[in-house]
Write a protein that binds this ligand. Structure first.
Ligand SMILES: [Mn+2]
Length: 341
């Protein structure tokens, strides 16, 4: 076989970023989780992994800042048919709960089944991620909605007790439950903070849409949840504070081991127009890259990561997938660098 040419177009049918590593050969394993049962407003995040995979073939592998890290190997698994079946069942149940006249008992029964599927999914993601972590891989969960990384966070936290989570998102995701659904995308970090004691700290950036209860939860967390509200950061910058100063402050809140949980709607909505719950404001692409870079340059280690809520447009609009694939590439590159030094 001729040597791999990173400048050549991706071969049809090749893997993520046009690479041909098996998961066993690759240092980085991407676990697609096409699940979005409780997405409340828009939908499409279940098609996120396919959209990112397709768009990844257009990404130039040569990276001036991060070098030829792709040579360590990046491989995306096939989606688990069980997950796809759970998604189909849960989506149909949620639609019926929201759209049909149901008596109380039947409604409660259907909500309970959706919550049961959420538990099954969390266990499945936990087992899959644990399996690859045990083989020394860097594992990246690719959603799906933002309920899906719960099991991945549990798997990482068990191996790195005291770890912190850097959470980029338009939303705080700290609701106790949302519309009766305990595994809602709006509840993931409530569940993480309540059920995963090994997570020492949650540091949120980009948050600009949250409820009073979530705000109180942050206030009453005793510093375990630190939220750098987007409006406050934006006003400071308008008054002359630099992003670099802000990023250094954000990074100081993080412990040595960092899990990166990135909801694409943390970015400006122009970069993710089809995501389920877009909100004006947010990070530019380079603000996000700089934030991740400074985590690593501070000497901290990114132990694992996820990217969620990427949703392709109807009629094949590839822009959201394009941004997602490029952001994911940078996240993987920085995670690898942090684990090398
Ligand atoms: Mn989220």
């Amino acid at each position: 076989m001729p040597p791999f040419d990173p400048d050549a177009p991706a071969e049809p049918g090749s893997g993520i970023y046009g690479l041909t590593f098996t998961p066993e050969e690759a240092k980085v394993v991407v676990v697609p989780v096409p699940f979005e049962a409780t997405t409340s407003y828009g939908s499409g995040a279940a098609r996120g992994p396919d959209a990112v995979l397709a768009a990844s073939h257009q990404v130039d592998l040569f990276d001036l800042e991060l070098g030829e890290f792709y040579a360590e190997g990046i491989s995306m698994l096939d989606a688990d048919p069980k997950v796809e079946a759970w998604n189909d069942e849960a989506v149909a149940l949620v639609r019926s709960i929201e759209g049909e006249e149901l008596d109380e008992a039947e409604r409660a029964r259907r909500i309970a089944r959706v919550n049961e599927i959420g538990d099954l999914l969390a266990d499945q993601v936990y087992r899959e991620v644990s399996r690859w972590l045990d083989q020394g891989k860097v594992v990246c969960v690719l959603g799906g909605d933002h309920s899906v990384p719960f099991g991945a966070i549990r798997a990482h936290a068990e191996r790195h007790p005291g770890m912190g989570i850097l959470h980029v998102d338009a939303h705080a995701d700290l609701r106790k439950a949302y519309q009766g659904f305990t595994h809602s995308h709006a509840s993931i970090f409530y569940n993480v903070m309540e059920r995963i004691p090994e997570v020492a700290k949650l540091v949120q950036v980009g948050v600009r849409d949250f409820g009073r209860g979530e705000y109180l939860y942050i206030q009453q967390s005793g510093g375990r949840v630190v939220t750098h509200f987007d409006h406050a950061l934006a006003r400071e910058r308008l008054a002359g504070t630099t992003w670099k100063e802000q990023v250094d402050r954000i990074v100081r809140d993080l412990p040595e081991h960092v899990y990166l949980s990135f909801d694409i709607d943390g970015l400006e909505p122009s970069l993710c127009p089809h995501t389920g719950t877009p909100v004006p404001g947010g990070l530019s692409f380079y603000q996000a890259c700089e934030l991740i870079a400074r985590v690593v340059e501070s000497g901290r280690t990114i132990v694992g990561l996820d990217l969620c809520e990427v949703a392709p447009g109807p009629e094949g609009d590839e822009w959201d997938g394009n941004v997602g694939a490029r952001l994911l590439y940078k996240m993987i590159g920085w995670a690898l660098r942090s684990q090398r030094t």
